[in-house]
Design a protein around this ligand. Structure first.
Ligand code: SAH
Ligand code: SF4
Length: 356
């Protein structure tokens, strides 16, 4: 039988395992710190742990469930895209974006992470959606991708400060791994990020939003809305036929009320598809008075798909229109364009390269 992934264990289980080895509790705390917060890349490298403990760890557990395959820098090194190979050969990607300190904001490094290899939702403008679902990732794989990036970023003097579930996959179609990894990222005995530094993005899986409200500890929620009316959204986000806008908004409102957190609505700007000023009016009217924020995303073109990006001046006009309803609305910066940071694209490239 394959050794169990260390990242699959809850911190309490690690503490119990250490105790069962006849060791004092502080060894468990040391081990957790090494694993979750240091650049060490093996149990062997945990130099202040007894040899025997390191040996037993190596015999019983897999240190990492994935191996870095490619790192591609862009934006002068401020964006780094990681491609990983999983044990069964599947590829997954994560994008890390560094924002240097400015006069008005402190330094931050945001990691965009994946929860599935591929995605079954099938949004037609998304490279991940076009490729379909290969499989769910395990909790350990989701956690290990963050730890691997954290260690590699530490090597260039950066600390991952924020996590967004906006890479490959629909997090709520892999609910247990999503909730399990959120728990690990926020646990002070594990990664230990504050809940406000973690954001889960969903295409609108209503039971998932409800489960996150119950069990997510109050992390940020982003909803990929992309249209304010069902007839437009049905074509852009196919699960809208199962959970239409009214139901998604009701669940998101419930989330906002329960956690006191403002929900972020993502809206990818597709020329002549969802970007008319009439739709901006409807979007503003739909969200007015709610605990909401709209994030307009410039479309990142995918070779061969039928969409075009909305010109920048029109994005600004759309934004002003939404704001006139008293709804806060910003435009996302287009980090990593040159390395194709839209979800799924690097993987699509690598698959092609390996196919050839
Ligand atoms: N599946 C989840 C999270 C991953 S996608 C979701 O859909 O919310 C993260 C965000 O990237 C979503 O808002 C998605 O709609 C957007 N996105 C996908 N493809 C894109 C593209 N080609 N250009 C710009 N944004 C895109
Ligand atoms: Fe899946 Fe999100 Fe891409 Fe839609 S946008 S296909 S839900 S990853």
């Amino acid at each position: 039988m394959a050794a169990e992934a260390f990242a699959a264990l809850e911190p309490a289980e690690v503490m119990a395992w250490v105790e069962a080895q006849g060791l004092p509790a502080y060894r468990g705390t040391q081990l957790l710190r090494w694993f979750y917060r240091s650049p060490a890349t093996s149990f062997e490298a945990m130099t202040n742990l007894p040899d025997e403990l390191r040996r037993r760890l190596g015999a019983e557990f897999t240190f990492a469930t994935l191996a870095p395959a490619v790192v591609r820098p862009a934006d002068g090194g401020d964006t780094r895209k990681y491609l990983f190979r999983l044990a069964d050969g599947e590829l997954l990607e994560s994008v890390c974006m560094h924002y240097p300190r400015t006069a008005t904001s402190s330094e931050r490094t945001t990691l965009c992470l994946s929860t599935q290899v591929g995605c079954a939702v099938g949004c037609p403008f998304c490279a991940t959606g076009l490729a379909g679902l290969q499989r769910n990732m395990t909790t350990a794989e989701v956690v290990d991708q963050v730890l691997a990036v954290q260690r590699a970023e530490a090597a260039v003097g950066r600390r991952v400060s924020h996590l967004v579930y906006m890479g490959m996959g629909e997090p709520f179609n892999n609910l247990e791994a999503t909730l399990g990894s959120v728990r690990r990222f926020c646990d002070p005995l594990a990664v230990g990020l504050g809940v406000r530094r973690v954001t889960v993005s969903t295409s609108g899986v209503v039971p998932g939003i409800e489960a996150l409200a119950e069990r997510g500890g109050g992390v940020n929620l982003a909803v990929s809305l992309h249209a304010p009316i069902d007839e437009v959204r049905d074509a852009l986000v196919p699960i809208n036929r199962k959970w239409p806008i009214a139901r998604v908004l009701a669940a998101a409102e419930g989330y906002a009320r329960r956690t006191g957190r403002r929900v972020s609505y993502e809206y990818v700007m597709l020329r002549d598809r969802n970007d008319s000023l009439d739709l901006a009016e409807r979007l503003g009217a739909l969200l007015a008075g709610r605990l909401a924020h709209v994030n307009l995303i410039p479309y990142n073109a995918i070779p061969g798909d039928p969409f075009q990006a909305t010109p920048e001046d029109h994005i600004q006009a759309f934004r002003r229109c939404v704001r006139r309803h008293g709804v806060e609305c910003t435009v996302r910066d287009t980090r990593g364009r040159e390395i194709e940071a839209a979800c799924g694209q690097l993987r699509a490239d690598a698959m092609q390269a390996t196919a050839v």
